[in-house]
Design a protein. Structure first.
Length: 200
């Protein structure tokens, strides 16, 4: 993350995202696929690590293999009449400064965590009255003879993070068209160098 001063002189925390260039690798239409969509591909992929089926798919678009391939339905409407297989889409053609976008990505994986970190439980809070190892324990999880079970959805220890997260309404503070860089306000899900999808 970094920060930038806005027009009012306030320092705004931002994230710098490499957003392209993306290549159109497939154009779907109602006649052949039943719906309209545009498939975009991004980030170079080693040829020897690309399956033959994908190699043929990218050859149709006259481009090298890519790591990330995603479909966008609204994209078809925005660029209708100007969509061609193999066309390069740059960030300045899709977004402009001041737009609000949604960022979709996979959050950082935290592994197996206890209830204090995972759900914000307070724990016992004190080490008195004979309690020497209960400081971060979850406490009681169910009744005795009734209900004689643990209710579904009870907050317990477990795997934390590594989930699909969508952050809404991040403002585009600045666009560097030549480098295909986007500066958005706030944080985006995931670690450094992870993949993020930006949607209008």
């Amino acid at each position: 993350m970094t920060s930038i001063y806005n027009a009012e002189g306030r320092n705004v925390a931002c994230t710098l995202i490499q957003a392209g260039p993306c290549i159109i690798t497939q154009v779907k239409n109602i006649e052949t696929d039943g719906y309209r969509a545009v498939q975009l591909a991004y980030d170079e992929r080693k040829e020897r690590r690309t399956p033959k089926a994908l190699k043929g798919h990218f050859e149709k678009a006259a481009t090298t293999p890519k790591k990330m391939v995603r479909e966008f339905r609204d994209f078809y409407l925005e660029f209708e009449g100007d969509i061609q297989l193999g066309k390069e889409i740059k960030v300045g053609e899709v977004f402009k400064e001041g737009d609000y976008v949604d960022a979709i990505g996979t959050s950082k994986g935290k592994g197996f965590q206890g209830v204090v970190k995972r759900h914000g439980f307070a724990g016992v809070g004190q080490q008195t009255h004979g309690q020497h190892n209960r400081g971060r324990a979850p406490g009681s999880v169910g009744g005795a003879s009734y209900p004689a079970r643990v209710f579904k959805g009870l907050r317990m220890a477990g795997r934390m993070g590594n989930d699909r997260v969508k952050l809404l309404n991040l403002r585009i503070m600045k666009i560097y068209s030549e480098q295909n860089l986007v500066l958005v306000s706030g944080a985006v899900p995931g670690a450094k160098n992870s993949m993020v999808i930006l949607e209008k």
